[in-house]
Structure formats: C-alpha cells, structure tokens
Design a protein around this ligand. Structure first.
Ligand SMILES: CC(C)(COP(=O)(O)OP(=O)(O)OC[C@H]1O[C@@H](n2cnc3c(N)ncnc32)[C@H](O)[C@@H]1OP(=O)(O)O)[C@@H](O)C(=O)NCCC(=O)NCCS
Length: 185
C-alpha cells in the first residue's frame, strides 16, 4: 500500500456494522448524496456480495468509519461511466481525508477501465467543488433547484465530469498516477 492510499480499505463484510453507524450519524443532506438506502442493513450488506455493482472503500479509525467512497458503473450504454460518491464524517473534514479517498477512487476507476467519471455536488458546497475541480473534474451540467433541504430551501446540483484520456497524461496533471504505480509521463 502506498503512502497516498494508507488507511483506505476495500469494504468487506466485517465493516458493515461500523459503516451503518457512520451513515446513521451523518446529517440527512449528506446521506442523500449517496443515493442508496444507506441506513438499511440489507442494502449495505448487499454491497459486499459477489453480485454487487461497483467498488467501495472506507477509511476506518479504530472501530469506527470516518470516510467512505464508491465508484458505481452506470448501466447499459453508459457502462463506461462511473459515478463517484464520497462522504467524510463531519468531525473529520478539512484534514485531507476527502481528497485522499477521491484520489484513490479515481485511480481505481481508471485502472478498472472506466473512461468517464461523474460526481454530483450541491452547487453551494465549496469543499466538494474545490476537491473535485483540483482532481481535473469540470462542470458538465447544472440542475437548478434540484435539491430541497429539510427547511424546504432549494439548492442547485452540479454534475462534474472527468474525461479520462487515452494516455496517463490527464492523470499525471492531477498527481493521481502514482496511486496505481504508473509513471507520471
Ligand atoms: C466533500 C467532502 C467529502 C470533503 O471532505 P474533506 O475531508 O473535508 O476534504 P479535504 O479535507 O480533503 O479537503 C479537500 C479540499 O476541499 C476544500 N475544502 C475543504 N474544507 C473546506 C472549507 N471548509 N471551505 C472551503 N473549501 C474547503 C479545499 O479545496 C480542500 O483543498 P485544500 O486542502 O487544498 O485546501 C466533505 O465535505 C463531505 O463529506 N461533504 C458531504 C458529502 C458531499 O458533498 N460529497 C461530495 C459529492 S458525493
């Protein structure tokens, strides 16, 4: 395991209870972005089955989980596209964990042959926008008033995309190639 992936582990059956606790403790708005029934034990356990779609990792801290990232390949004629879903425990934000998880997921997604990555970000969430922009994602769609929070306030949703080139040059520019042991030129 390289320094940049230190601490990140693939989701395994023994992590499910801690991951469920992590999701249950998140603010509701953050849970919504994962777009799956993340507080349902059957759903979370299903992610570790052989048939499950996608790759998922977490960042454990003792018996707890403090970060989660997934790359979910899109179905059918978009099966070259992967959607990234990322969340860090509120008390652990701002210390580089989100960036580390996102870089890991991006490198693994490219390594698995996906050629386009997308992520949906609430447009007023500066940390999420800054993080993915720094990894080479750019805005591809703006869905106005797409999200309604608990107070009824509407927020725009941005779809950011990263198009993976035929070479590793794109990855090199965002410093991710070393995640997979690839040369940066
Ligand atoms: C987005 C998220 C994963 C970032 O996690 P994090 O661990 O705080 O991220 P990092 O500490 O690695 O910060 C990455 C970048 O975010 C930005 N950032 C972090 N905290 C910030 C803040 N409070 N204000 C503005 N920008 C901030 C910076 O650009 C930072 O880069 P820098 O280290 O060069 O300054 C986290 O805020 C989160 O879980 N949000 C809710 C879920 C979500 O929006 N997920 C994304 C779409 S699925």
């Amino acid at each position: 395991m390289t320094a940049t992936t230190a601490g990140i582990v693939p989701l395994a059956p023994e992590h499910c209870d801690a991951l469920l606790r992590f999701f249950r403790d998140l603010p509701e708005g953050d849970r919504t972005l994962i777009k799956e029934e993340v507080t349902d034990p059957e759903t979370v356990r299903g992610w570790t089955s052989r048939e499950a779609r996608g790759q998922r990792w977490l960042f454990p801290d003792g018996a707890d989980v403090v970060g989660y990232v997934a790359v979910i390949p899109q179905p059918g004629w978009s099966d070259h596209v992967g959607e990234i879903r990322l969340v860090v425990a509120p008390g652990r934000r701002g210390s580089g964990l989100g960036r580390q998880l996102a870089r890991h997921a991006l490198a693994a997604a490219v390594g698995s042959g996906l050629t386009k990555l997308v992520v949906e970000v609430v447009a007023d969430q500066a940390p999420a926008l800054g993080l993915f922009t720094a990894l080479g994602f750019t805005g591809e769609a703006l869905l106005v008033d797409q999200i309604r929070d608990r107070t009824g306030r509407l927020h725009d949703l941005m779809v950011l995309a990263h198009h993976v080139g035929g070479t590793w040059s794109g990855m090199a520019t965002v410093g991710v190639a070393e995640e997979l042991g690839q040369p940066e030129d």
